[in-house]
Design a protein around this ligand. Sequence first.
Ligand SMILES: Nc1ncnc2c1ncn2[C@@H]1O[C@H](COP(=O)(O)OP(=O)(O)OP(=O)(O)O)[C@@H](O)[C@H]1O
Ligand SMILES: [Mg+2]
Length: 280
Amino acid sequence: MHDTIAIRIDSALKTFGGRAYRWLAPKTGANGNGHVPPGAKVAVDHVSLDVKRGEIFGVLGPNGSGKSTLIRLIATLLIPDGGRVSVFDHDVTQEPRLVQTLINRVSVEASFFKKLSPMENLLYGARLYGVAPNEAKQRAKDILARLGLEAKAIYRPMEEMSRGMQQKVAIARAFLSQPSLLLLDEPTTGLDPRSKREVQAFVRDLRDSHGTTILLTTHDMVEADALCDRIAIIDGGKIVALDTPDGLKQLIPRNGHAPTLEEVFLELTGKQLVTEEQGE
Ligand SMILES: Nc1ncnc2c1ncn2[C@@H]1O[C@H](COP(=O)(O)OP(=O)(O)OP(=O)(O)O)[C@@H](O)[C@H]1O
Ligand SMILES: [Mg+2]
């Protein structure tokens, strides 16, 4: 199950801002020339990683470390300034349309027709992906129920729903297109503990029963530890560690106890928590 490469990222570079002449620079490769203009912010700094088919792969990092930018590169929403990104062997810059048929993305700021119900939003979304309405309706009901959305809420306007409920609808909509690769940018941020568990179980089930590859970002270390097969920790746009949760825990010295993923994260991303104990 784990033999195909779902995502291949090879030295991906993404910068924002800087001098305007960047747009005039000749392109030397399919994905830009790898040039960093003066004054530019490097959001993704030569990141390389492979995600295998059927993996649940986590990207962790402090605020502003480049997680969402990386997801947007994979999702064909941004064009890399250097390096290559491919999804199931299709280059995101050269074959964006094809890549778009293989993926779906849930971002923290998912947008909906707020006057319409979850069901109407889902059916609209399914239609864009060519799913037949009857089939879509049944599947939408099943998915929303599995995500723990109350049956009566399915037909009420989205604007009456809490953020957590809207987040579940966003995940359901993304799954309705049956993507081979699902990109989840902070899928459980803002959810209560029960909803978090429902979303986590759903993600696991997607992988187990459909072989869906899932790349997700999260700030919840317990979630990452429990859900992800492998994790990349990024800081300042660069990968500082990439391993299984257990492999990551081997990276930091133990003070008589097994480190938590949070301790590993804090240690590897530096800045925070220089505690008294560390001086002893
Ligand atoms: N469209 C943009 N224009 C300019 N700068 C941007 C843009 N998008 C992201 N950035 C910058 O790129 C860097 C990485 O941002 P990104 O949103 O990828 O971080 P993140 O890891 O997802 O953070 P968070 O955990 O807060 O969601 C930040 O410095 C951000 O300000
Ligand atoms: Mg983000």
